[in-house]
Write a protein that binds this ligand. Structure first.
Ligand SMILES: [Zn+2]
Length: 129
């Protein structure tokens, strides 16, 4: 048994925990919707995951699979849309792909004064019946 407080893989576990708790929140939200509308199943759930949102796409994908297990959403089609980070240089105005929040302009090494996309993390659609 590997307790979170003294685990040798602490950083890895904590990271997964973050994505997992988010995934469980998403599942909860969808199931609530189902309850409120007194419907039977969630057909499809679509979530947007930005590269700069602090949620790791692959980890979240795994977390979603774990989160739906044993729930009414076990057979739901889960669509995850990965949104790449895009920043605009505050110095030269170049628009460039950002892999991290600390990415710099490839032309002049300036800071991205503006982040155009990639920070989103949201449910974009939920199909129930
Ligand atoms: Zn620049």
């Amino acid at each position: 048994m590997c307790l979170p407080e003294n685990c040798c893989h602490e950083s890895v576990n904590l990271k997964t925990m973050h994505e997992l708790s988010l995934a469980m929140e998403v599942v909860d939200l969808a199931l609530n919707e189902l309850n409120t509308k007194q419907l039977k199943s969630v057909l499809e759930l679509e979530v947007e995951v930005g590269d700069l949102s602090g949620v790791e796409y692959e980890t979240f994908q795994t977390a979603m699979e774990m989160a739906v297990k044993g729930t009414l959403m076990e057979n739901t089609t889960v669509i995850l849309n990965r949104v790449h980070g895009l920043g605009k240089c505050s110095n030269c105005g170049e628009e460039f792909k950002m892999e991290h929040r600390v990415s710099l302009c490839p032309v002049c090494k300036g800071f991205p004064g503006e982040i155009l996309s990639g920070t989103e993390f949201r449910i974009v659609s939920l199909l129930v019946e």
